[in-house]
Ligand binder design. Structure first.
Ligand code: AHG
Ligand code: MN
Ligand code: MN
Length: 337
């Protein structure tokens, strides 16, 4: 597989960035990894990939077999290509150093190998999320990388994207000049451009939240969702639809395609944790894409991309999507705090 169409397009749109062979090589290999994961998923449990791995990951969650398989595919595909100084993943407690016998590069790859793992066994869309940072050689010009190399705010991302494994397999990616979508044509093993510039409509009447947690929400989230439910009788003066898949990739992809607002806020089930989703490899790459497509991504008080991370597996509250709608909710936070 050459990924010719995908790379050709990116070379045209981002010539100077893509002339860096470390970056173009990395993007090429991420696309190869995602195609491999997609092929595995195609055959479902015929490949004996369903079920649990019986190990608890650093998040305190039981790993699915596919969490581990997808993680290994991405590490194995990318650790030897000479583009990376290190990798970090939802499924690895510590960051991954490139083995001594491999060439290293200047980039860092952070990823959620399998997003929405609870949906694997029930044939609902899942995804892979990735974020690419560049190591700051002014701060660290050693070969040895340290945790601080990874702890950069999302605005520093060179590229970010996700693959969605749904009725179609697609890669949605941005290198900072808009968001581009490619769908995998498995007959010719190529990613074909299907949307040159994704654009999130400013207005929406679709919200996305796990409302089984409503009794634990803060009052801003609770009141906003109540207003959505009241519809034309309430202050928002329109009726809303609701969607929640349990895969952030699927919910964000819907928003990237037709607009909407996605919320996974802090809640009082575990008050010391700022939210469920992870900043470095879930919220940051999605926030980058959403902003590049004209939307907003916030934790309620701050732009997600400006959060200075303190830990690799740091969590955050997430509110993202259509700008007018996100702003309606953010105004209530401004009034409260
Ligand atoms: P992951 O499978 O990578 O752990 O991520 C699951 C995340 C995210 O994809 C989704 O939006 C959210 O968890 C769903 O959480 P609930 O089951 O609490 O609704
Ligand atoms: Mn995830
Ligand atoms: Mn995951």
């Amino acid at each position: 597989m050459n990924n010719n169409f995908l790379l050709e397009f990116l070379y045209k749109e981002y010539t100077s960035l893509m002339n860096d062979s470390q970056l173009s090589g990395l993007i090429k290999n991420i696309a190869v990894s995602c195609r491999k994961i997609s092929n595995l998923l195609d055959k479902g449990n015929l490949n004996n990939i369903f079920g649990k791995y019986n190990k608890i990951n650093v998040q305190g969650e039981m790993q699915a077999k596919l969490d581990v398989i997808a993680n290994d595919i991405i590490v194995d595909e990318n650790n030897c290509i000479g583009s990376l100084a290190g990798l970090a993943s939802e499924e690895m407690e510590d960051f991954y150093r490139i083995p001594d016998d491999y060439k290293t590069g200047d980039y860092l790859l952070l990823f959620d190998p399998l997003d929405g793992s609870s949906n694997i066994d029930v044939n609902i869309s899942v995804g892979t999320i990735f974020s690419i940072l560049r190591i700051n050689r002014k701060i660290n010009n050693n070969k040895e990388i340290i945790i601080n190399d990874f702890l950069q705010p999302g605005i520093n991302q060179i590229a970010a994207g996700y693959a969605i494994y749904g009725p179609q397999t697609s890669i949605v990616i941005s290198l900072g000049k808009g968001v581009h979508s490619f769908t995998l044509d498995k007959n010719i093993n190529e990613w074909i451009l299907d949307n040159k510039l994704m654009n999130i409509p400013n207005c929406t009447n679709e919200f996305s939240i796990n409302s089984s947690n409503s009794r634990h929400w803060d009052e801003n989230i609770y009141n906003y969702v109540q207003d959505c439910l009241i519809g034309t009788d309430g202050p928002l003066r329109k009726n809303y639809n609701m969607r929640w898949t349990g895969s952030m990739v699927a919910d964000v992809h819907r928003i990237m395609t037709r607009g909407g607002i996605f919320l996974y806020p802090w809640d009082s089930r575990n008050p010391s944790i700022p939210g469920k989703l992870r900043l470095m490899y879930e919220a940051n790459p999605m926030a980058f894409l959403v902003e590049q497509a004209g939307g907003i991504a916030s934790n309620g008080n701050k732009r997600i991309l400006e959060i200075i991370p303190e830990k690799l597996h740091q969590r955050t509250s997430v509110i993202l999507g259509s700008s007018d709608e996100v702003n309606i909710l953010l105004r209530s936070y401004i009034n409260t705090y």
